[in-house]
Ligand binder design. Structure first.
Ligand SMILES: Cc1cc2nc3c(=O)[nH]c(=O)nc-3n(C[C@H](O)[C@H](O)[C@H](O)COP(=O)(O)OP(=O)(O)OC[C@H]3O[C@@H](n4cnc5c(N)ncnc54)[C@H](O)[C@@H]3O)c2cc1C
Length: 554
């Protein structure tokens, strides 16, 4: 397949939206000689990876897990650079902590002896330091950076699971290698791309597209907690264990073998401004946004922020792109990074859409999220940098996301405390924390419903982790379905885009080259390869590839 390095162009390109997909496509295209302008509706760049700064706290509003470092190396490597030119990576240990909720009474007595919250959970009756029972039948475990420790953890929960863990990860690593090279980095957007000999020889991966993750994981582990550990990453893909293909078992290779990191700017110049009184090396995913923006600017990309596009129309030569203040641009080509459905249905005339409203109504959107950004007095020793709180049976929560949209009664959720690792994100003596609960896209989120859920979730955090936040909150902001719609034009308020369900994976996702309009392209989490920061960086490459290949053939 043609690679972006093979072609040069002097075409002018407008990129609509400055998420990771748009930024990546812009960098690749500018590197190939194109005259690129990125037009972004918000004042910040980074899209769903925006930052919220207030009262001395700085929050990554979206992504907080830096995964698949190999993808970032490959991205920067294309431009003769490396991530270390911009930021360093701290491997988190533990990678994350999980509170498995028990029945009945919880850990309200502070029954979790968690040290400083970043070490092991504190020893236990199980005789294994990364695992500890909670009052009321629950349990807290740390998934460590060290693989041997995790193997021991699995064996301690289910005899024989240590060996199954090795087998599972061997498969996961194999699938990761094959899938990344043959399906993720190679954009196989047409049926004929799948009929090559080399793809046929990767048939085991192909077969894994038809079985669900639940079916796959239960072949290895009986214990529901172990099944949950191997499946929680599906939330990153916007799916559930029952609607996500088994191929995504490769996420466990990402988790256990490649590691979980926190980026830290290697100089104040490449990161967000540091807060007063703290170290001058800010961290977080925002630092990665800054790095990609810096790279794109050096390649000549222009940015226009605070400028929402209202209209994209094909002209005889090129396009007309009109922003809400009435300004018209006339680029040769357009790359859309805004949500595909929003762009097609709201920015383009009907005859230039490749999908109709029924198509978009019929898609499975990834969850939205109820987010609570909190500035808190003091430390939260029970929590780690990343903490998951999971009910014994999480099926009802998934059903309330995908089957019968409603607020979850017994929520599974995620807590992020970057101040464990980074003292620039909160004023001295304070913690920076956000709570993320996946909820159904398009869920009604009236003030009364949100207020009710806020109480529910703060109770749940206190009951299950022993962390009572209520009297210590000094800063608070909510973000939910409505805000995803308002801030990002997110279709149905989805936080993540199109879910990676069985019928929305690989060739079954909308392609990055419009079939309806010559010269129009899409990039980001609605198209291939899919959801997540690494996938969107690769999506930008695919989109640039498609555009440049077409330029060569014109
Ligand atoms: C809460 C949350 C947590 C997440 N956690 C992780 C994580 O830990 N790790 C990870 O890898 N990924 C995570 N993700 C997913 C990841 O953030 C996304 O998949 C990725 O950032 C999406 O990039 P994108 O290219 O699709 O563009 P987006 O980020 O969707 O950006 C699209 C841009 O288009 C702009 N736009 C929309 N309409 C218009 C218009 N009309 N005119 C101009 N501009 C417009 C929007 O304002 C936005 O800036 C998370 C996402 C969320 C929301």
């Amino acid at each position: 397949m043609t690679r972006v390095t093979d072609v040069q162009t002097d075409a002018s390109v407008t990129v609509v939206g400055a998420g990771f997909g748009g930024l990546s496509a812009a960098a690749y295209l500018a590197d190939a000689g194109a005259d690129v302008t990125v037009v972004e509706k918000n004042d910040q760049l980074g899209g769903r990876a925006s930052r919220l700064e207030a009262e001395g706290f700085r929050f990554d509003m979206g992504p907080s897990w830096y995964l698949m470092p190999d993808v970032f190396e490959r991205f920067f490597g294309h431009f003769g650079r490396e991530p270390a030119d911009y930021y360093d990576l701290e491997r988190l240990d533990p990678h994350y902590r999980i509170f498995f909720k028990g029945e009945g009474e919880r850990a309200t007595d502070g029954g979790v002896d968690a040290g400083d919250g970043n070490g092991a959970v504190g020893g236990s009756d199980s005789g294994f330091e990364n695992r500890r029972p909670l009052d009321g039948g629950g349990e807290v475990v740390d998934v460590a950076a060290d693989r041997a420790t995790n193997r021991e953890l699995f064996e301690s929960i289910e005899p024989g699971a240590g060996e199954a863990f090795d087998d599972y990860l061997a498969t996961s690593e194999r699938h990761y290698g094959t899938a990344m090279e043959k399906f993720v980095y190679e954009d196989r957007s047409r049926l004929r791309d799948w009929v090559d000999l080399d793809v046929m020889t990767a048939a085991p991966v192909g077969l894994k597209l038809t079985r669900s993750m639940q079916g796959h994981v239960s072949k290895y582990f009986e214990n529901p907690k172990l099944q949950q550990i191997m499946q929680y990453t599906l939330v990153f893909l916007g799916g559930s264990p029952r609607n996500t293909p088994a191929l995504y078992n490769m996420m466990s290779h990402v988790d256990f073998n490649l590691g979980v990191y926190y980026p830290v700017a290697n100089s104040p110049a490449t990161g967000a401004p540091a807060e007063a009184g703290s170290s001058d090396r800010p961290g977080g995913i925002g630092v990665v946004v800054d790095a990609v923006v810096d790279l794109a600017e050096r390649l000549g990309v222009d940015f226009e922020t605070g400028s929402a596009v209202d209209e994209i129309t094909r002209r005889k030569e090129g396009f007309s792109v009109v922003t809400e203040d009435g300004t018209e641009r006339r680029p040769d080509r357009v790359v859309v990074n805004a949500d595909y459905a929003h762009a097609e249905q709201e920015l383009m005339p009907e005859h230039e859409r490749q999908y109709d409203a029924d198509y978009w109504d019929d898609r499975t959107y990834a969850p939205s999220a109820y987010l609570l950004y909190l500035g808190v007095e003091g430390d939260v020793p029970e929590l780690a940098h990343h903490t998951l709180v999971l009910p014994d049976d999480w099926d009802p929560h998934f059903e309330k996301i995908f089957d019968e949209p409603a607020w979850p009664d017994e929520p599974a959720y995620y807590l992020c405390v970057p101040s464990k690792t980074d003292d620039t994100v909160a004023p001295e003596g304070h913690s920076n924390l956000f709570v993320l609960v996946p909820v159904a896209p398009d869920l009604e989120d009236s003030p009364a419903q949100r207020e009710h859920f806020r109480e529910r979730i703060l109770d749940d955090v206190a009951e299950n982790t022993g962390t009572d936040l209520r009297d210590r909150i000094v800063f608070e902001e909510e973000f939910c379905v409505s805000e995803f719609g308002e801030r990002y034009n997110a279709t149905e308020g989805t936080a993540l885009g199109l879910a990676h369900t069985l019928r929305q994976t690989a060739i079954l996702r909308p392609p990055n080259r419009s079939k309806a309009v010559d010269g129009l392209y899409f990039t980001g989490s609605f198209t291939t390869p899919g959801i997540g920061v690494p996938m969107c960086l690769i999506s930008g490459q695919h989109t640039a590839d498609a555009l440049l290949r077409d330029e060569r053939e014109r």
